[in-house]
Design a protein around this ligand. Sequence first.
Ligand SMILES: Cc1ncc(COP(=O)(O)O)c(C=O)c1O
Length: 422
Amino acid sequence: MTSTISHVFPLGSRVNEQGRLEIGGCDAVELAREFGTPAYVVAEDDIRARARAFLEALSARHEDFDVLFASKAFPCTAVYRLLAEEGLACDVASGGELFLALRGGFDPARIYFHGNAKSTAELREALETGVGHIVIDSLHELDRLERVAAELGRRQEVLIRITPGVAGDTHHAISTGQTDSKFGFAPVDARVAIERLSGAPHLKLVGLHFHIGSQLLSLDPFRAAVRTLAGLGKFPVYNVGGGLGVAYLASDRPPAIEDYVDAVVSTVHAELGRDVRLLLEPGRALVANSAVTLYTVQTVKRNVSTWVAVDGGMSDNLRPMLYGSRYEALIADRASPGDGGELCRIAGKHCESGDVVVREAFLADPVPGEVIATPVTGAYGYSLANNYNGVPRPPVVFCRDGEARVVVRRETYGDLAGRDVG
Ligand SMILES: Cc1ncc(COP(=O)(O)O)c(C=O)c1O
């Protein structure tokens, strides 16, 4: 018996002849045995397909464009390398992400450096490595960057981040386009920055940027934000950020990549014209659905709820704790849909009651030793991982055509003490 499974799993996932979950042609239970759990398992072809979907949707509609990987979503070398190979440019938001992007093979000229609190050291690193564009977030940063560029004898191309006063419908922690935001310039303040840049000999303003928030499931806020840019004059470059939401639950129906691109491009054409360079900056929509996390059940306890405790938790997936995010789960050993089952809470191993990875999972009598898979952990899972309770962070395993390879090894206890010098 073989069957396909929910669209939230990576493209090409299926239930194999043994009734087990298969990702990128690899049996998830065998992956768990070989690489241990917890583990982030990534279907490489899923990321490639989504990158191509962005590129194709844009090239069908607009002449001069680039797609930037918002690398905070999954900042490991192999993902940078894969997306550089696919022809994407890159967004970084710290010196560390810049280091990783360069290591992953991105041409510095195609890197955009973001952040609301960039240090002088980070600005210097960016200019010294030849980063193509800095996205200026404040007047203090503007002045600091002008000084650094002058010291280095550079004329640096910059964009200004606009906070358009558009709040998308998402969790407040990842909403960034509202007026009361730590990010960017309100349109009225942007005029001051534009004026100041006209007198900054070492900075060249080429365009405007916004990023209004993440996990947005309606296209209207993107259209509204583009309209706001139009009021600030005409520029050669417009970077309209990321933010397209993805399906976490089988019932979620986010806009397709093509529909999102269509909405953005048609509004840009109507408001800003066709003769502009258009940049999109997706993170989650590129990588979220590419990965599942594999855990092993450690204990099952029944009181008011049924608690299925696994060997990971808030150290490998902080999103449920930060944003109340919901996930699905299945038993990889018995992955056939229609198993029914009992309402379970999948709890982590950490010393907090809030350490619940999946609040509602219907599982048919899970037992210790079985492998649980939680899909949609490719974005902001690895990047938010931590060592709470001294738990080593999981490996990242890439799967393709039945071949699996570790691209980030599991942390060791030695790594936990690796920086301790006293
Ligand atoms: C400036 C900027 N661009 C792009 C993104 C990517 O957002 P998403 O992963 O929702 O596409 C973010 C996310 O925080 C961001 O801050």
